[in-house]
Design a protein around this ligand. Structure first.
Ligand code: TEU
Length: 615
């Protein structure tokens, strides 16, 4: 691909991974369809023609940074694959465990729940970090990658958990946090002791403030801090999470060795933490002011899709993952579909899947904002990825994780329709093409938590945000409402296994659990729900009706995306109602969902008999 310049046209920009995603994101934020980009006038506009009309929002540096970002990635898009490769992690239902609050906050507590997870239909567990850590960011600041944090238990407890998971026919993926280490990690401690140590170049350390740049931290303030030896170090997250210099081949070798050490123990793969941030632009140049204002984080264009990302991921895949046939899912904040497809195309041998976050907030909104999430946006996002992600890539299907408030509460802050929305979300997640990732408590119908004040929160991101904004003189009550809307603590309170001990009135809704159990079972028995085609039957306002089909079966999922009841989708008599079991004919209620099934061979669906037997 030839280098783009200001004389290049919109169509040239849209043809590149980064350009496609950035234009798609800009359209999404502006609430307009990307169809505008196909407009003959728009698509033939030269970039330089945009500078004058956009000068109030985008300074000249924006275009320079954009062209640099695009010209760093000249990988050609691989041709569309005809067929989908079948593999275990495409057929699996994953379940994320946040060890601090899953069950008693221990590894033994997790082992106690393996029968529960198996009966829920879980095939693989993603375990958030349990490594030795000062817990500045709840374990995402690792001090020793080969040691279990005492608060979670011992390595023997871990080995028992791993064996227990395998004995239940499940797999275990762990969290690989290698964009940064704790400042208490041996590598950093060696670097602080001796500037000539080989570990000094494992980090971005500079002699003084003048050598730093204008990048901001995701956890408030500058991305640079002064450390014990007087030098300044780069930390995209907390001060105690010091960024690793992946341009150093020795560092990459040590990471690969550590990954292999866990895979040799029998771990089945990893979720890779902010893995798209590992390659930074050479020289760590200042971030563009207008991009910083637009995205909210200064400097992000210089690392969210860095120049050597593909190279380093492929090297790690070949040196560690491939040898063990291990699974990988990369957490890639900021990645859109084009970037995601270039990272997960199976022919590139980099990552199996990624987590993209573009659906977690609706256009024009951020996490730290009290607004009502519109499910019409989620529908359009899902349709776009289901239709266009391609057969060589595979989507992760999730609404929640340990970093976000519960989706059900963003949709309905009142909680009046908690059960209906949880069931609707479950059916979509378990009947679409991709791999479902259930976050702990989703299956219990949990929502956000009514925290009473900042002293009830533990999340460093929220605490830093609160201190920064109150410190700037903003009204405390307003800052608190903003923090309450977006704090990651909503998803991090202990699960209410025992209702009497449950915090904040959280309790399990057995109806939601039953729906998850039913649909993980259906997904296991009907591969049409995994590999079948996806066809939109209706995407009019507040409706989402789609068909999944293969040579043997056809499924219709009929969703009402609003609080207002609506006419149900009419299906032919060839279909049998699978969910809910009783309702027929009447209106589809608030956030209601119906699932219909047709076995193109016999009309009897084995599941109904199985369901009856289960009762
Ligand atoms: O998250 C990175 C990340 O981008 C999200 O956490 C979120 O966007 C962040 O809160 C900034 O707004 C990963 C882990 O999931 C998270 O728990 C860690 O705090 C973070 O990396 C640093 O390791």
């Amino acid at each position: 691909m030839k280098k783009l310049t200001m004389d290049s046209r919109i169509r040239d920009l849209y043809a590149t991974d980064t350009g496609h995603d950035i234009l798609a994101k800009l359209c999404m934020q502006a609430g307009i369809s990307t169809k505008w980009i196909d407009n003959p006038v728009i698509r033939n506009l030269k970039l330089k023609a945009l500078q004058k009309p956009l000068h109030k929002v985008l300074d000249p540096g924006f275009f320079t940074a954009l062209l640099q970002l695009i010209n760093e990635h000249t990988e050609q898009r691989l041709p569309e694959k005809k067929d989908i490769t079948h593999t275990w992690w495409k057929e699996a239902v994953f379940y994320q465990i946040y060890p601090r609050t899953f069950n008693h906050g221990t590894i033994q507590g997790i082992s106690e729940k393996l029968d529960y997870l198996k009966s829920l239909g879980v095939d693989a567990v993603w375990l958030s970090p349990v490594y030795d850590s000062p817990m500045d960011d709840n374990g995402y600041d690792i001090r020793d990658y080969r040691k279990i944090a005492e608060q979670f238990g011992t390595m023997e407890d871990f080995d028992a958990l791993l064996n227990g998971i395998h004995a239940h026919g499940m797999k275990l993926i762990m969290d690989l946090v290698v964009n940064h280490t704790s400042d208490e990690h041996r590598f950093f401690q060696e670097a602080m002791k001796d500037k000539h140590s080989p570990y000094h170049d494992y980090y971005y350390l500079v002699p003084d403030k003048a050598h730093t740049n204008n990048w901001s931290s995701f956890f408030s303030g500058s991305a640079w801090s002064q450390y014990d030896n007087g030098e300044y170090g780069l930390h995209l997250f907390a001060r105690k999470q010091v960024d690793l210099n992946w341009d150093n081949p020795s560092l990459r070798h040590d990471v690969s060795d550590m990954v292999s050490w866990w895979l040799d123990k029998g771990v089945d793969g990893f979720r890779l933490d902010v893995i798209n941030y590992i390659s930074k632009d050479s020289g760590l140049p200042d971030g563009d002011e207008s991009i910083g204002k637009l995205i909210g984080y200064q400097g992000i264009e210089h690392y969210y899709y860095g120049p050597h990302l593909h190279e380093y991921l492929h090297e790690l895949h070949e040196s560690a993952f491939a040898r063990h046939n291990a699974f990988s899912v990369g957490e890639c904040p900021g990645a859109g579909m084009a970037m995601a497809s270039s990272l997960t195309d199976e022919r590139r041998k980099e990552l199996d899947m990624i987590f993209s976050f573009d659906h977690l907030e609706t256009p024009g909104h951020v996490r730290f904002e009290d607004y009502q999430y519109d499910l019409n946006f989620l529908r359009d996002y899902l349709i776009d990825w289901q239709m266009h992600y391609g057969s060589a890539c595979w989507m992760s299907l999730f609404y929640n994780n340990h970093d976000n408030p519960r989706m059900v509460s963003k949709i309905d802050p009142s909680g009046q329709y908690r059960r209906e929305i949880c069931c609707l979300l479950a059916l979509m997640q378990l009947s679409l093409k991709g791999t479902p990732f259930i976050y702990q408590g989703d299956e219990m119908g949990l929502g956000n938590v009514p925290f009473g004040g900042i002293d009830e929160l533990q999340d460093i991101e929220s605490l830093n945000y609160y201190r920064e904004h109150v410190g700037k003189g903003e009204k405390e009550s307003q800052v608190w409402q903003t923090v309450l809307a977006g704090t990651r603590d909503h998803a991090r309170v202990p699960l209410p296994w025992n209702e009497t001990e449950a915090q904040y009135g959280q309790k399990i809704d057995p109806m939601v659990t039953r729906v998850y159990r039913q649909w993980t079972g259906l997904r296991h028995r009907h591969k049409c729900l995994v590999y079948g085609t996806f066809e939109v039957l209706s995407k009019k306002k507040n409706r989402f009706v789609y068909r999944r089909e293969d040579e043997n079966e056809s499924w219709i999922i009929d969703c009402n995306l609003s609080v207002h009841e609506t006419e149900p989708w009419h299906v032919s008599d060839a279909y049998e109602l699978v969910y809910p079991e009783t309702v027929r004919g009447s209106a589809l209620g608030a956030y209601g969902v119906r699932a219909w099934y047709q076995n193109k061979g016999s009309a009897i669906m084995e599941n109904k008999d199985t369901e009856k037997e289960r009762k």
